[in-house]
Design a protein around this ligand. Sequence first.
Ligand SMILES: O=C(O)CCC(=O)C(=O)O
Ligand SMILES: [Fe+2]
Length: 323
Amino acid sequence: MFGALGQSVARKFNRYVGPRELQPAEPQPVEQAHPQSEPLVSPRPNWSENEQNITNHFSNFPILAPRLPENVERLATLERDGVVFIEGLFQGELLDRLQSALAPDMDRMRHETLDLPREQWLRVPEAGRYRLYRIDQRVPETIAFRDHRVLLDLVQAYMSGNAEFVQLALELRRQPPDWDAALGDLIPHFDYHLREIKIYLALEDITNENGPIVFWTGTHRQAQWRRLPDYLASIGGLWAESHILNHNTVVNLMQKSPEFADCREVRCTLKAGSAFVCDTRGMHRASFLNAGERWHIYSAYNLKGAVRNSINNPNWLQPLDLS
Ligand SMILES: O=C(O)CCC(=O)C(=O)O
Ligand SMILES: [Fe+2]
């Protein structure tokens, strides 16, 4: 299942690198600047086509029965809630070994002394966020998490046997120097309008003090309230990255929408060695980090072939097609 790995990782890394269409064009006649074969605006569905695409996505990729009996209940929870917790996935010696193997890189991230090319790690000090990508290639002990048979069984069943591994990263979050500059992290959002999976494994206890992820159960399902955010997400570029959901949207939905009748706001606190699996099509956000550091490793999966439109995609500049 890791065959297409190199390709998809390259796609992910390239997400924030300006694609051809936004780079300054060489001076040349206008008609040649963007030849027909490379349109400035990539094709995008109109409103009803996008709704059909999402309906097709769910019917073409049904959730399958897991192979492992212990995953039956977990999968049912993941399907219903969009999130499921696995307590004590790593314990005792196994957890100790993982923590000690990661300790040198954790220290380098903490002190910002990682000497790596920009695309191999994400450094956003103003948000207190750091990610070291493809940690499985640096720290082989993390492969026990990446290839954990219980997790892979769950992922493949949820993704209809079409899961594609995208990433395994070590992540640190700590207090930003200025919360105003870090507010973007706290905005409710979903990562994509199609199903994606992320699995987070806590390396140290994650309590309410150190900014656990917040997830709203059931928000990954197809629903009326999602029609507008799903459409904007499908366009890509600025609107997809801005999400249009905010605190007030969520409060109003929780209080007034029948579609939120069974929705719970879950703060994903974790003991070291415990994990949660979530569909990041569901609404989630980071939370306020009062103290200390938050450390986890996470793996990420797409449905094979699903490629997000990058932030640089200029589709959002075009008139909306709401037909
Ligand atoms: O790190 C967090 O608290 C939230 C991160 C997030 O939104 C994501 O991993 O998709
Ligand atoms: Fe997210």
